[in-house]
Design a binder for this molecule. Sequence first.
Ligand SMILES: Cc1cc2nc3c(=O)[nH]c(=O)nc-3n(C[C@H](O)[C@H](O)[C@H](O)COP(=O)(O)OP(=O)(O)OC[C@H]3O[C@@H](n4cnc5c(N)ncnc54)[C@H](O)[C@@H]3O)c2cc1C
Length: 406
Amino acid sequence: MKHRILVLGAGYAGAYTAGNLARRLSPADVEITVVNAVPDFVERMRLHQLAAGRDIEAPKLASVFAGTGIRLRVARVAAVDPERRVVVVADADGVGELGYDTLLYALGSHGDVEGVPGAAEHAFDVAARPSALRLRERLDSLGRRGDGGSVVVVGDGLTGIETATEIAESRPRLSVTLIARGELGARLSAGARGRLRRACDRLGVTVLEHAVVEAVEAARVLCADGTALASDATVWTAGFAVDPIAVAGGLEVTEDGRIVVDRAMRSVSHPDVYAIGDSAHAIGDNGRPLPMSCASAACTSQQAIKTILGRLTGRKTANTKLAYTYNHISLGQRDAIWQGIDDEGHPKPKHMGGRKSARLKVRLVALSGWAASHPTLGMPKRRHRLTAVPDASTKNAVTSGTATVA
Ligand SMILES: Cc1cc2nc3c(=O)[nH]c(=O)nc-3n(C[C@H](O)[C@H](O)[C@H](O)COP(=O)(O)OP(=O)(O)OC[C@H]3O[C@@H](n4cnc5c(N)ncnc54)[C@H](O)[C@@H]3O)c2cc1C
């Protein structure tokens, strides 16, 4: 019987990890299945650009995994049962169960629109492709109106800044307002904050600082101090949340529902479960939780690959550096801010900006998308054999011993 690796989610973390495991483990011993809700690989980091009007392709996962031996199941994960080692999936044909020996949980996150009245009903978000496309349609319809229209972006985190500046640059007839809970760009160095402010001025983005949004209506955004902003399209970027699937399955999670993992990316409550990317609560080498980000998805994925390979083949597991060392924020297509971060999570005094930084950001985003959607390319094809296939019936059945390399 082959060892069954089940990967939930084929975003940056899941697709990359599944492909790498397929490349490195012998198909004679291991069967890898990936479950994803949609048939496409979605480059989330570019969804604000998609919403603003750029054409961003979403390659078919069937092509991404072609030739890897990975089985793709397009279905929604409805539940996990780590005690029985099964995952409940639902698709157009109904509900079914998939068993596993090793589970890799990479279901990512979604826009957190639940906390403020009206946000879920009336606001758009750019956290998923369908919602980004809905926003794009609304922006298109506003563009056809004679008077332009108003867009209010709530949240001055990285996604809010990127979204507001991208929309303002691509659709100059719209009036764009960015709402910041505190000072604009509070997590940036003084120099970077100045650059951000100048970029907003140049692009015509109105900034409303120290504003707490209390409610979203169909055509207005209401702030705690009584300010009411007219809005034809409100974009909610104030936070990301995870589905309650992990907590419902009895996995140990943080208050916000992320799976608590150890240094090796194993669930601290269920060692046959690994969590990576936005769904994982992993501690970086500086002792601080890694933020939800593509950079964290990359290092948690690399660590999980090493751990799983080590665990299944008896090889020594090496540590990957777990670090979040910079923010890179695009300000439209021609400007960006690269901001280094120290071990305490504070911005370093210097930053890099301008066209060079914008070009670098474009390259990094493209590279991340490429790496996840070409997960088996560019790597030596060395397929490790399991010395003995782990027994699926016992909870901690792990093969150990010397690996043989095919
Ligand atoms: C507009 C935008 C810009 C961003 N810019 C940056 C940036 O510049 N730098 C940076 O580091 N990070 C950025 N991020 C964050 C980054 O995109 C995420 O941190 C990253 O996508 C996390 O990767 P992941 O694989 O964990 O999750 P995802 O990429 O979200 O992948 C999760 C996958 O799971 C699938 N899935 C979810 N739920 C289910 C279910 N129940 N059943 C089946 N499948 C399911 C989804 O379809 C998806 O394929 C940005 C995010 C957004 C939205």
